[in-house]
Write a protein that binds this ligand. Structure first.
Ligand code: UDP
Ligand code: MG
Length: 343
C-alpha cells in the first residue's frame, strides 16, 4: 500500500495482480549476474513487501542474457523481461522499465550487484515514512579511476553552477520512486534523456539514503569515456541554455573590442598617418572572428541537433520480445494495455 492516502484517480485496477514493489533493471550483457541478482532480491524482498516483481530490460545484449531471463521467468512468475531490438542505452532501458513496471513503488538498480539489494530495505523505510522520490547516494567513489572521479566532480560543479535543477551529490540511478513520480516521469516526452536531471526536475518529497558501491560481480563496466562525455553534454544542454549565452556574450565582447581597436587605428592614422599597411592586424582579426563564429555556430548546432532529434518523434525504443507479461497485459498501471511494441 502506498503511503499517500489519496487513491489514484486513474481507471480502477485489480489490486491483486498489482505488486507493491517493482524492481527495474537495465541489462546489457549481464548473463552471469542475473541469476545471482534474482537470488539476492528474493532473500531481501520476501517478507519485506507483500508482493514484488522484477522487470528486466534487455538492452541488446549479445551474451545470452535474454535466454537466461527466459529461464528465470519460467522458474519464477515474478520475473519478467522486455527485450530491445538493439542496444538503445541505459537511460532508455530505464524508461522502458518504468513503462512496464506496475508496482506502487519502483526501485531502479543495476544488474551487476554494485547496488546492494539490502539498501532497498532502507528505501522502503523512507517510502513508508512518506517520501516519494528516494535516491541512493554513493558514499565513496573508490572503485573508480581517478580520471572518472575528477570528470564527475567537474560535471557536478558545472551543473550546480549552470543547471536549472539541483542535482544531489553522488545520487545516481539507484533509487525508489513512488507511482506518482513514475507517472510524472513517463509523461515527459523528451528523447535526450538525462534521467538524473529528470528525477530531480519532477520534484516530490525527496530524500537520500547513502550506500556503499559494491564491486562488480561479473563482467566489465560498459561505459567508456566517450559515452560519459556525451552523456555529460546531454545533461548540461538539456538542463541549461548557458552554452548558448556564452557564445552570445563572447560575441558581444569581442565585437566591442573590435570597435575599440578600429577606433584606435582610425585615430592613429588621423594624427600620425600610416606607416604600416595594417596587414598583420587584418589577418589576425579575420582569423579571430572566424574562430568565434565557428564556435558560436557549433554551439547553436548542438542545440539545433537536439531540436532535430526531438521533432523527429522517433519511438524511444523498439521491443523485440516480451517475456512473462502475459498475465499482466490486462492490468497495466494506467488502466490501459501495455505500450505497443513500437512506442
Ligand atoms: N547498461 C545498459 N545498457 C548499456 C550499458 C549498460 O542497460 O548500454 C546497464 C548494465 O547492464 C548495468 C547498468 O546499466 O546494469 C550499469 O552499467 P555498468 O555497470 O556497466 O556501469 P558502471 O557501474 O560502470 O557505471
Ligand atoms: Mg556497474
Amino acid at each position: 500500500m502506498s503511503v499517500s492516502e489519496t487513491p489514484a484517480p486513474a481507471a480502477p485496477r485489480a489490486p491483486a495482480s498489482r505488486p507493491e514493489l517493482s524492481i527495474v533493471v537495465p541489462v546489457h550483457n549481464e548473463a552471469d549476474n542475473l541469476p545471482l541478482l534474482v537470488e539476492r532480491l528474493k532473500q531481501v524482498l520476501d517478507g519485506a513487501v507483500t508482493s514484488w516483481e522484477l522487470v528486466c530490460v534487455d538492452d541488446g545484449s549479445r551474451d545470452g542474457s535474454l535466454a537466461v531471463l527466459r529461464l528465470l521467468a519460467a522458474q519464477d512468475r515474478r520475473v519478467s523481461a522486455v527485450s530491445f531490438s538493439r542496444n538503445f542505452g541505459k537511460e532508455i532501458a530505464i524508461a522502458a522499465g518504468l513503462d512496464h513496471a506496475s508496482g506502487d513503488a519502483v526501485v531502479i538498480m543495476d544488474a551487476d550487484l554494485q547496488h546492494p539489494p539490502e539498501t532497498i530495505l532502507l528505501f522502503l523505510e523512507k517510502w513508508r515514512e512518506g517520501y516519494l522520490n528516494i535516491y541512493g547516494q554513493r558514499s565513496d567513489r573508490d572503485g573508480e579511476t581517478r580520471l572518472k572521479r575528477n570528470f564527475a566532480k567537474v560535471f557536478y560543479r558545472l551543473f550546480a553552477r549552470f543547471g536549472e535543477t539541483e542535482l544531489p551529490e553522488g545520487a545516481g540511478d539507484f533509487r525508489l520512486l513512488d507511482r506518482k513520480v513514475v507517472d510524472a516521469l513517463r509523461a515527459l516526452p523528451e528523447r535526450a534523456r538525462f534521467s538524473k536531471g529528470l528525477y530531480a526536475w519532477v520534484g516530490f518529497r525527496s530524500t537520500g539514503v547513502s550506500f556503499d558501491v559494491a564491486e562488480r560481480e561479473h563482467g566489465v563496466s560498459k561505459f567508456r569515456y566517450r559515452t560519459l562525455f556525451s552523456f555529460a553534454f546531454d545533461g548540461l544542454s538539456s538542463f541549461s541554455t548557458v552554452p548558448l549565452k556564452i557564445a552570445t556574450w563572447a560575441g558581444v565582447m569581442i565585437a566591442l573590442m573590435a570597435a575599440l581597436t578600429a577606433l584606435f587605428f582610425v585615430l592613429r592614422t588621423l594624427f600620425f598617418g600610416t606607416d604600416l599597411p595594417g596587414f598583420p592586424s587584418l589577418i589576425v582579426s579575420i582569423m579571430f572572428f572566424s574562430g568565434i563564429q565557428l564556435v558560436s555556430l557549433g554551439m547553436i548546432g548542438e542545440y539545433v541537433g537536439r531540436i532535430f532529434a526531438e521533432v523527429k518523434r522517433r519511438p524511444l525504443y523498439l521491443i523485440g520480445e516480451r517475456v512473462g507479461f502475459d498475465a499482466r497485459t490486462v492490468d497495466h498501471p494506467r488502466g490501459d494495455a501495455l505500450p505497443p511494441l513500437i512506442r
